[in-house]
Each structure stands twice: as structure tokens, then as C-alpha cells.
Design a protein around this ligand. Structure first.
Ligand code: CO
Length: 251
């Protein structure tokens, strides 16, 4: 499938989708505290998404049973919300959410600190967020896709962190997952040339320890192989001739 260039109308709908998703993440962030179950986070997320006239894109996606992926500590992504999984002081929790607004998707993730966290946990969360911003320095028309990948990977590795290789970022728009795939580490080639009007989900997944991950028996939850903490940060962005527009982040 060719990488699509979105029309002005499509971009406007994706701006709306992104704005809604940013507000959902802000409200979910305010809700995070010790004692909250991952199921309660999902329930609030679904309610917020629907209250804005959107559809939660993850719900039933390839059988995924919830609206928000809630991944705690060594869980990298795709944690399944559960009533008996209760957040405790010192945990970190990654929330990944997707919305469909008027047929267009936005996809974003944040990792939150629960109560008082270790210095190591705080640093991992902050570096993972910064990986996204290091990557999008290259998200400009005329640069090459894998310059983004290399910048993310180099920044994470400069802290000795493991960059997850089994999951990647992606194009986003009419579908949740469109071409191209966007790895978070250096590639042998420079990749396709970026053009204004491309919409991409850039999503570093970074482990405090080794890069290896394994899938739990639920066939969804991805965890670090060595049990180390993992963080995730993602936004839907629009490539332009200048700075990229971060569609799923409110300023
Ligand atoms: Co994504």
C-alpha cells in the first residue's frame, strides 16, 4: 500500500480527532493515582471518547477487549485492563488510546508516574518522551523516514536503555495502521522521503534494561523479558514543509 497524502479536509478531521484524544489523555492523567484499577481507567477512557462523539478504535481491534491499553511497570504495551489490577504507589503506567472521529483516526500514548516513583522510573519516563521529540526533529518534508528512527534509537541508547524492536510506529489516518512502518532504531537504509500531508504515529517503546520482549499467554500483553521497567510515548503528527504539527498534543 502506498503512503497516503492527506487532503486539507482529511487533515482538518485528523486535527479534530487529535484534539479530542489529547483531552482524553489529560483527563486520564488526572485520574491516575494509587488505588485505581486498570479497568476503571479503561471505563473512564471509553466514556470520555464516546462523550466527544468518537469511537474507541482499539475496542475489538483484532479482538482486543478494551478501549485503552493499560500497561504497568514491566508491561511494554497492550496490557488488558482488569478490575483486580490496582495501581500502587511507585508504579509507572502507560496508557495507549485511539479515537475515530468522522472516519479518521488519532493514536497517542503517555506513561504516567503513580504517586512517588524512583529516580530511575522518572528518568525512563522522561527520556522516552524526549525520544519522541528527538525523532520528530527529522519529521520534515524532504528528510527520510529512518532519520526519525535513528534519532529515537540513538537518544535512548545514549542512556543505556533497550529499544523495543518487535513493535513499531506507523502511518495513521483512515485506518489505525497504515504504511509506512516506523521502527524506533537505526535502519540500514534511509527509508522513504517524507512529504507534506503524511500523517504518522511515532511511538518509542523503551526498556530500562534489555530490548527483548515477550508476549504473555493472553496473546496481547507485551512484557520485558528481563522484568525491567518499560515506557511508551506516542503522538499522531502531520508532516509539513517546516516543523511537524503534533496533532494529538494540546499546547
Ligand atoms: Co500506534
Amino acid at each position: 500500500m502506498a503512503v497516503m497524502i492527506k487532503s486539507a479536509r482529511e487533515i482538518q478531521l485528523m486535527r479534530e480527532a487529535g484534539k479530542i484524544l489529547a483531552s482524553v489523555h489529560e483527563e486520564l492523567g488526572d485520574f491516575i493515582k494509587p488505588g485505581v484499577s486498570t479497568k476503571e481507567i479503561d471505563a473512564l477512557g471509553e466514556k470520555l471518547i464516546r462523550s466527544h462523539g468518537c469511537i474507541p478504535s482499539f475496542l475489538n481491534y483484532e479482538g482486543y477487549p478494551a478501549s485503552i491499553c493499560v500497561s504497568v511497570n514491566d508491561e511494554v504495551v497492550h496490557g488488558i485492563p482488569k478490575a483486580d489490577r490496582v495501581l500502587k504507589d511507585g508504579d509507572i503506567v502507560s496508557l495507549d488510546a485511539g479515537v475515530i472521529y468522522e472516519g479518521y483516526h488519532s493514536d497517542a500514548a503517555r506513561t504516567h508516574l503513580v504517586g512517588t516513583c524512583s529516580a530511575e522510573a522518572k528518568k525512563l519516563v522522561e527520556v522516552t518522551r524526549q525520544c519522541f521529540f528527538e525523532g520528530i526533529k527529522f519529521a520534515v518534508e524532504g528528510r527520510h523516514l529512518f532519520e526519525i528512527s535513528a534519532a529515537i534509537g540513538a537518544y535512548a541508547e545514549s542512556f543505556g536503555y533497550g529499544v523495543v524492536k518487535d513493535l513499531v510506529g506507523h502511518g495513521v489516518g483512515k485506518q489505525l495502521h497504515e504504511d509506512p512502518q516506523i521502527p524506533n532504531f537505526k535502519q540500514r537504509r534511509r527509508g522513504m522521503k517524507l512529504r507534506a500531508g503524511m500523517t504518522l504515529a511515532i511511538e518509542p517503546m523503551i526498556n530500562a534494561g534489555g530490548f527483548e520482549v515477550v508476549w504473555l499467554d493472553d496473546d496481547w500483553t507485551v512484557v520485558t523479558e528481563d522484568g525491567s521497567l518499560s515506557a511508551h510515548y506516542e503522538n499522531t503528527i502531520l508532516i509539513t514543509e517546516g516543523e511537524p504539527e503534533i496533532l494529538s498534543l494540546s499546547i
